[in-house]
Write a protein that binds this ligand. Structure first.
Ligand code: GLC
Length: 403
């Protein structure tokens, strides 16, 4: 299989248009709608080939922004698989997802400069990040809270077992039931986020907040490009405030840990979130080296024959296979984590290691196809087919690097 050609083919086949909005389905069979962070990934990849399509993907995402600034994690452009509507309110989900949109917009502009596009989307972008820094941080800790594991993008990751009050042996169906119950509770509270956080689920997640830091920096860059110096200064300050709060509240024993509730209890389940701070430059050079040498490259922790495990093999919750051939964030390899880790490694100058991630990603796609996730030990594929995330290998290559 020619991986690059297959990636472009899937992106094209999964593209849809609805009421003038252009977007890409993560997978036509499993996910027949538009997803927030998936669309940011699509835009980052498309920016390399067709910036117009990338801009379209972003515009359709922003078109369903809530009045309070929130961007929903799913937009149900067309009716389809019914159970997915359980997340919804009037045509969209009531949740959000890791805030990658400013990064995607900056990337599109970097590859195909377009100031009017930046001016056009900026008000929506800043409204979204202001929402995350206010409504999602009612106590002013400078950490954005998530109210459902799905908002982390890692729906059933074991780092949410404790806040959900479930055991590590939970089945996928029981887990889904818990997450749906949270959405129902949210609806009953008439979407009062503060009450929901106090009464049901309030996690300050490492991935979500590291993504927030890096995206606030992207927002600061975008603001500067369109001469909004005050907004740029604000976003830059907020980025560093979130980074400082993460250091203060999450850092222990060489890693950042997600925390729950008012007490900031650390959720010490060792997942690939250990490597996400690399993406946002939150580790010192020494800490980064320790994370890479001591964990990323350790075959008994994260380094598996077919890629990077999403949960350390040392965790009791580690499950390399996905139940009922569905998806799982309890161990299997996913391509978006590979992409974040690749970007983090490049940032810190681990060029060889970054290349290794790309090579493993390509080998896995060649072996198992463009599927949702993969068994780290055997390469067996699970979940959705013609899943777009494999196309992220196209962005695991630096400009001018022909290897
Ligand atoms: C799964 C993933 C989530 C993704 C969605 C659509 O729910 O866990 O991260 O956004 O599928 O691809």
């Amino acid at each position: 299989m020619n991986v690059a050609r297959e990636a472009m083919k899937i992106l094209e086949e999964n593209r849809r248009e609805s009421s003038g909005n252009m977007y890409t389905l993560p997978s036509a069979d499993h996910y027949p709608y538009q997803w927030l962070w998936d669309s940011c990934f699509h835009a980052i990849i498309l920016a390399r080939y067709d910036a117009k399509l990338a801009r379209g993907e972003i515009r359709s995402l922003l078109s369903k922004q809530f009045d309070n600034g929130m961007l929903p994690h799913i937009i149900y452009w067309t009716p389809g698989i019914l159970h997915l509507f359980r997340w919804g309110v009037e045509g969209t989900s009531s949740l959000t997802q890791p805030p990658m949109v400013a990064y995607a917009v900056r990337e599109i502009h970097r590859r195909d400069p377009d100031i009017p596009f930046l001016e056009d989307v900026f008000p929506s972008l800043i409204a979204y990040y202001r929402y995350l820094l206010t409504v999602r941080d009612p106590m002013g800790y400078h950490l954005a809270g998530i109210i459902n594991p799905d908002e982390s993008g890692e729906d059933n990751s074991p780092r949410f077992d404790e806040p959900l009050g479930i055991s590590h042996d939970v089945t996928l169906q029981e887990h889904l039931g818990k997450r749906h119950a949270l959405v129902d509770a949210h609806r009953e509270l008439q979407f009062d986020i503060t009450r929901h956080m106090n009464d049901y689920f309030w996690v300050k997640d490492v991935l979500f907040n590291a993504v927030l830091v890096e995206n606030l920096r992207a927002l600061a860059d975008i603001a500067l490009l369109i001469n909004r110096d005050d907004d740029s200064a604000w976003a830059g300050r907020e980025a560093e405030a979130v980074a400082a709060a993460m250091r203060e509240r999450m850092f222990e024993d060489g890693a950042y840990w997600s925390t729950m509730g008012k007490s900031f209890m650390k959720l010490k389940v060792d997942t690939w979130a250990r490597f996400v701070p690399l993406f946002a430059g939150l580790y010192s050079a020494t800490e980064a080296r320790a994370a890479v040498e001591g964990y990323l490259k350790d075959p008994d922790a994260f380094a598996a024959p077919w890629g990077i495990r999403t949960v350390s093999k040392k965790e009791v919750s580690y499950r390399p296979a996905a139940e009922e051939n569905d998806f799982s964030w309890r161990g299997p390899v996913w391509m978006a984590p590979h992409w974040f880790i690749y970007r983090g490694l490049v940032r810190y100058g681990f060029t060889e290691e970054a290349r290794g991630i790309r090579e493993k990603s390509v080998a896995l796609l060649e072996h198992s196809g463009f599927r949702e996730c993969f068994n780290p030990e055997t390469g067996e594929a699970y979940g959705a087919r013609s899943f777009t995330w494999g196309a992220l290998v196209l962005d695991m290559q630096e400009d001018g690097d022909a290897s």
